[in-house]
Design a protein around this ligand. Structure first.
Ligand SMILES: Nc1ncnc2c1ncn2[C@@H]1O[C@H](COP(=O)(O)OP(=O)(O)OP(=O)(O)O)[C@@H](O)[C@H]1O
Ligand SMILES: [Mg+2]
Length: 239
C-alpha cells in the first residue's frame, strides 16, 4: 500500500515551499537496495541547497526523484503544493518548471549548441523565432555568442557545460537540479561554469539543488544536506 500525506505543509514562515519531500523512498530489487530511504526535506523558493555524501549514498537517486525522472516507492513530493502523484503529464511538467544540468552534459551530438538549448521548449507554444532568439541570448550570456552553430564534439568540456546551463534555463524554470555539474571539468573551467550557474540563478531567483563533492561549492550554498545510506541530515548554512 502506498501511504501518502494528504496535503503539502506550509513552511514555518507560512509560505508554501517550492519542494516538500515527505517520507520519500526509492527501493530497487524488491527492497534489497534502498537508494533513498525515508527522506523528509523542504526547500524554500529561491534557496540554494547543496547535497553531499559518500558514493552510493543516494544523492543522484534523490535528485532523480525531485526531477520526476523516477517514481518513489513510497512517499510524496509536492511542487509548490502540487503532489507529483496527481500530475498527469510529467514530461510537460518538467519542461515547464525544472531545468537539469548533469555531470556528463547530456547534449545531443547531432544538434548544434543553439538547437540543444531549444530542446526543452520544443513542445511549448512558442514560435520558432522566439525559441531561437531566447536560446541565442542565453548562449551569449554564457559567453558562447560565436559558438551557436557548433556541434558538441567541437566544443570544450567547459563550453559544453555552458550550453547545458543555457538549456536548463530556457524554460524559465523555478527549479534547477544539477548533479555534480563541475565533476567532468578541470579546475579553471569548473570555476567558470560554477560562477555562471550560481550567478544566473541568483539573477533569475531560481531555486538550485546541486549535488557536489566540492566543499568550496557547498560553502556557498544556503544549506547543505548530507546524504548517508539513503537518508538526509542537514548541516545548516554553507558547509
Ligand atoms: N537502477 C538501480 N538498480 C539497483 N540499485 C540502484 C539503481 N540505481 C541506484 N542504485 C543503488 O542505489 C544506491 C544509491 O545510488 P546513487 O546513484 O543515488 O548514489 P550517489 O550518492 O549518487 O553516488 P555517486 O556519488 O557515486 O554518484 C547505490 O547503492 C546504487 O547502487
Ligand atoms: Mg551520483
Amino acid at each position: 500500500m502506498k501511504l501518502v500525506p494528504q496535503s503539502a505543509q506550509p513552511s514555518p514562515d507560512g509560505a508554501t515551499p517550492i519542494l516538500d519531500i515527505r517520507n520519500v523512498s526509492l527501493h530497487f530489487d524488491e527492497g534489497r537496495a534502498k537508494a533513498v530511504n525515508g527522506v523528509d526535506l523542504r526547500i524554500a523558493e529561491g534557496e540554494f541547497v547543496a547535497i553531499d555524501g559518500p558514493s552510493g549514498s543516494g544523492k543522484s537517486s534523490l535528485l532523480n526523484l525531485i526531477g520526476a525522472l523516477d517514481v518513489p516507492t513510497c512517499g510524496e513530493i509536492y511542487f509548490r503544493g502540487q503532489p507529483y502523484s496527481g500530475i498527469a503529464d510529467m514530461a510537460l511538467f518538467r519542461s515547464r518548471h525544472i531545468g537539469f544540468v548533469f555531470q556528463t552534459f547530456n547534449l545531443i551530438p547531432t544538434l548544434s549548441a543553439l538547437e540543444n538549448v531549444m530542446i526543452p521548449v520544443l513542445g511549448h507554444s512558442w514560435s520558432a523565432a522566439r525559441q531561437r532568439s531566447k536560446a541565442a541570448s542565453l548562449l551569449s550570456g554564457m559567453g558562447l555568442a560565436d559558438r551557436l552553430h557548433c556541434f558538441p564534439a567541437t566544443l570544450s568540456g567547459g563550453e559544453r557545460q555552458r550550453v547545458a546551463i543555457a538549456r536548463s534555463m530556457i524554460n524559465d524554470p523555478g527549479l534547477i537540479l544539477a548533479d555534480e555539474p563541475t565533476g567532468s571539468l578541470d579546475s579553471v573551467n569548473a570555476q567558470q561554469v560554477l560562477e555562471l550557474l550560481i550567478g544566473s540563478r541568483e539573477e533569475r531567483q531560481i531555486t538550485l539543488v546541486m549535488v557536489t563533492h566540492d566543499r568550496s561549492i557547498s560553502a556557498r550554498a544556503d544549506r547543505v544536506i548530507h546524504m548517508h545510506d539513503g537518508r538526509n541530515e542537514s548541516l545548516g548554512e554553507g558547509g
